[in-house]
Design a protein around this ligand. Structure first.
Ligand code: 9MR
Length: 352
């Protein structure tokens, strides 16, 4: 039975029992009685945090999927629709159709939106990667892209992942198109330009393999500290959280979140999923459930950790199998949109 049918059925039962109490001359049950289980989004809100899911436009034709997306989550992130290839497919020609579709859905369902992403080395349009640019030209292209997109969504996104995946595993700068032409200063420029365009969105750096303490998260710590000392508007650090059972749970997640909070920036868990070598077994699903709970618990323990986003919510639409053949089952709902042990574990840790 679908979640909405379960809810409708339990509302009817509640109404009938109230009616029979009244008919018998008894007082109706006190208002305790909304039997509808709270959603993950509602449970997180009681901790002053959001719990959300990424989504992608092709999924919008799947009614059962959309029903859960709109009801269970308090936040969404467009998985692809705001990336450069989608928003500026030709130089100076902007297309917001796909991203607007996600943002309108979110608004209709009272969901917050994280903007993802303004500057990234990947999923760039061919006109940009295949062109030859002087540093001045590239700087102008970058500024125009950031400001046009950020202005379009002004007031409609709570965060921007301004620069995504800027560092290598050893903490050195990734040799992206932007780094090679403009040097490391492109990061501060990007943050300043985004802030000019949308002064109210919180501006994030976002990366993977920075969940625990290690060379890459250490380098971000130093970078963010320096940016803040220079007065650059960096306001958040995003831990993507793409974990894999075969590599172990990262060491020091809560401690890591806390040290960024202590620097004065917010922290968001932006793309959480926990993959496993297939087939999924009850043992692996149980371990996955404890990892989800542990990660969410680490966020709950730090006031400046503002929320958790899973990188879509169902194995039906996870990016994992196409990129890591033989791996998958990474999300809290299975391919038939049925909740897995991970879902129950997240509910429990949120107090549901
Ligand atoms: O979920 C996205 C997937 O649909 C795309 O094919 C992929 C291309 O790289 O990007 C995925 O999202 C990525 C996110 O934007 C940044 N962090 C890593 C995510 C998984 O690749």
């Amino acid at each position: 039975m679908s979640t909405s049918r379960i809810r409708t059925a339990s509302r009817i039962v509640a109404a009938l029992s109230a009616a029979s109490c009244l008919a018998a001359g008894l007082a109706a049950a006190p208002a305790a009685a909304d039997p509808r289980p709270r959603t993950l989004g509602e449970l997180a809100k009681r901790h002053h945090k959001y719990f959300g899911s990424a989504t992608d436009n092709p999924e919008f034709t799947d009614a059962a999927y959309m029903e859960l997306l709109g009801s269970e989550f308090g936040q969404t992130t467009p998985g692809n629709a705001m990336k450069w290839y989608a928003t500026e497919p030709e130089r100076g020609v902007f297309d917001f159709a796909a991203a607007d579709e996600v943002v309108s859905f979110a608004k209709a369902h009272h969901q917050k939106v994280r903007g993802h992403t303004l500057v990234w080395h990947s999923q760039l349009p061919a006109w940009l990667t295949e062109g030859t640019w002087t540093a001045d030209e590239l700087r102008a292209i970058l500024k125009n892209h950031i400001q046009t997109v950020a202005r379009h969504y002004k007031g409609r996104v709570i965060h921007w992942d301004v620069v995504n995946e800027a560092l290598n595993e050893d903490g050195t700068y990734r040799e992206s198109l932007f780094y090679k032409a403009l040097g490391p200063g492109y990061i501060a420029d990007a943050l300043r330009w985004a802030h000019e365009a949308d002064p109210h969105a919180k501006l994030y750096l976002n990366d993977y393999n920075v969940d625990g303490i290690g060379p890459k998260s250490d380098a971000y710590y130093i970078l963010i500290k320096q940016l803040k000392a220079d007065g650059v508007p960096v306001e958040g650090f995003g831990l993507q959280g793409h974990l894999a059972l075969q590599y172990g749970f990262p060491a020091g997640v809560q401690e890591n979140i806390q040290r960024f909070a202590d620097l004065g920036v917010d922290v968001a868990i932006t793309e959480l999923d926990i993959r496993m070598p297939l087939p999924a077994t009850p043992e692996k699903l149980a371990t996955q459930a404890t990892w989800y709970a542990e990660y969410v618990k680490a966020c709950l323990a730090v006031e400046k950790c503002v929320g958790v986003t899973i990188w879509d919510y169902t194995d039906k639409y996870s990016w994992i199998p196409s990129v890591f053949p033989g791996e998958g089952a990474a999300l809290p709902y299975d391919e038939n949109l049925r909740p897995k042990p991970a879902y129950q574990a997240i509910r429990k840790v949120l107090g549901g």
